[in-house]
Ligand binder design. Sequence first.
Ligand code: HEM
Length: 127
Amino acid sequence: FHSMTPFDAIGGEKLEQLVDTFYSHVSRHPDLSPIFPSDLTETARKQKQFLTQYLGGPSLYTEEHGHPMLRARHMPFDITPKRAAAWLSCMQRAMDEVGLNGELRTFIFERLTLTAHHMVNTPDEAG
Ligand code: HEM
């Protein structure tokens, strides 16, 4: 995928499938579901916008919501190391299920891992 953006390489349709599959796991994960809304429609819509721009596609998130300031937007929630690991495990399962493999998967997952760790704002014992 070196001559195109990661967004072009994954494609808008597969990115949407990935996000929907991811939140179906989040909604059933015991460490994550308590801090998410029960209706994840709007959360998934924003995450599709965010990941589109994060992967080099059009700036859909910023156009509607302004600067992402992701860490600040996560401050209302206790993001523990355990929850970061759970978030990433839901993403890995979603990647398995939509068939996102190879170096594109590795590249995207490594970036998400760094971002997830950056979101941590609470030690495990307090979450
Ligand atoms: C919103 C949890 C990591 C991107 C949220 C919300 C929660 C949450 C509870 C609010 C949902 C809502 O009210 O609709 C977590 C946890 C993480 C994590 C536990 C574990 C580390 C990430 C990562 C990214 C991300 C790695 C991006 C790659 C977003 C976006 C929103 C969001 C774009 C929507 C912000 C908005 O309201 O505009 N997250 N998150 N999150 N998260 Fe995360």
